[in-house]
Design a binder for this molecule. Structure first.
Ligand SMILES: [Zn+2]
Length: 425
């Protein structure tokens, strides 16, 4: 029963996702490799290369270290991280560099489309990382804000001078994005989160102001706001898909980009080719962490998502708010009314709650393993705007001493809740 319902629900979700998927052959048919490479005048990305391994950096035991990666199920996208963003718009005395609040909101929208693979958006074919971005509503002093600062300084406009020492909001707590004429490139991050930069004023994403928004003024090829997607990928610990060249297929968590589900790649992709291969496989030129044109980008892979969420947990722990959805059962007393509660699930969505008197499974479902032995009882619960849902049930007097196995799902994130094994009091 639970399996069937889960399967139907999952199939509907899949259809929804597929409906929003851009037809890859339509894009590929328009071979844009003849257009000017994005690096023609301006490098795609000025993020520094990793330094050679040194003391304290090699052999990092963390699951998402500077030199190694070890995807763990706990970092799978089972709940949302919400990240406050401040944009620091830097202009020159002629007014160049100005970005309206609407353009900046457009850029936030692009980040959300790409990081959440929102159906119907250009990012729909990607992986939903369950990471959300919003313009900060409170500044470091506790005052209300729209999350945007404006300053006029001809040096800063050219990305010169330590503007961050004047402008930065606590980088433990805010994603600081600066926009200016950054001469080097479309954008960059100052360094990766494992290097000790988190919490310093220097910790930042910098974007060329003409590559910001949904229809940036620079036009093609940086014309869809994906420079920000790429740079925020770095900010969350991702490397270029071609980092360190082909690397080793057998040691893909320790070589190349430290990610195994991105094909190995010798060098950057420019333009938007219909086909490009190296290291004995197709290059991942639709990946946000390549150098392709914006229109060619449409995905992070599941392992990249796992690494970014690992970085949020371990390297940027104060940046976000969010919590894993939790199932609890209280007052499980014979002859009384038991209370099932779900916290932190997807708001205004639904959850499954299921229980069995026959054992703890597991059985496989499209949402993950359900720790239940058939047959089950199953209820569909509606979550409120905070992600809370509840269900009350009368416990028979005769149930005292009976063991009950409980499990459930958060349908919004297509993930399992925590499993419980309880004894009726
Ligand atoms: Zn880059």
């Amino acid at each position: 029963m639970i399996h069937k319902i889960l399967t139907v629900t999952f199939s509907l979700l899949l259809l929804t996702l597929l409906a929003g998927r851009r037809a890859p052959d339509l894009v590929d048919a328009a071979d844009m490799s003849s257009t000017v490479p994005i690096s023609g005048e301006r490098d795609r990305c000025g993020t520094p290369e990793r330094l050679p391994a040194g003391p304290g950096q090699s052999g990092d035991p963390a699951d998402c270290g500077y030199w190694t990666n070890s995807p763990q199920p706990e970092y799978d996208p089972t709940f949302y991280y919400d990240i406050p963003v401040v944009f620091h718009v830097m202009q020159n005395s002629s007014g160049d560099g100005f970005l309206s609040a609407a353009t900046i909101q457009d850029q936030i929208d692009v980040l959300n489309e790409d990081f959440q693979a929102i159906p119907g958006s250009p990012g729909a074919p990607g992986t939903d990382a369950n990471i959300r971005f919003y313009l900060a509503t409170t500044d470091p002093q506790g005052n209300a804000t729209n999350g945007i600062t404006y300053s006029t300084n001809n040096n800063w406009y050219l990305d010169s001078g330590n503007y961050w020492d004047t402008l930065a909001w606590d980088t433990n707590l805010y994603l600081n994005i600066y926009t200016n004429a950054v001469p080097c490139c479309y954008g960059y991050v100052a360094d990766f989160p494992q290097t000790g930069i988190v919490g310093t004023n220097e910790d930042r994403v910098v974007l060329w102001w003409e590559a910001v928004g949904k229809q940036p003024t620079s036009g093609y090829p940086g014309n869809m706001g994906r420079t920000a997607t790429h740079e925020v990928g770095h900010y969350l610990g991702l490397y270029h898909t071609f980092d360190s060249g082909c690397g080793s297929a057998a040691n893909c968590y320790d070589t190349g980009d430290l990610i195994c589900d991105t094909n190995r790649q010798r060098s950057p992709t420019y333009g938007c080719p219909s086909s490009s291969s190296s290291c004995n496989s197709q290059d991942p030129f639709h990946n946000y962490m390549d150098y392709s044109d914006d229109i060619c980008f449409w995905e992070f892979t599941p392992e990249q998502v796992n690494r970014m969420r690992c970085v949020l947990e371990n390297w940027r722990p104060d940046l976000w708010t969010g919590a894993a959805p939790t199932l609890s059962v209280s007052n499980l007393v014979a002859g009384q009314t038991g209370l099932v509660e779900v916290w932190n699930a997807t708001p205004n969505n639904r959850c499954h709650f299921a229980w069995s008197l026959n054992g703890g499974g597991p059985i496989s479902t499209p949402f993950g393993d359900a720790m239940l032995t058939p047959p089950y009882q199953l209820r569909m619960l509606q979550t409120d705007s905070t992600g809370y849902a509840s269900y009350s049930a009368s416990i028979p007097v005769s149930a005292a001493g009976v063991t009950v196995w409980c499990h459930g799902t958060d349908i919004g994130t297509r993930s399992m809740l925590n499993a419980l094994m309880l004894v009726v009091q």
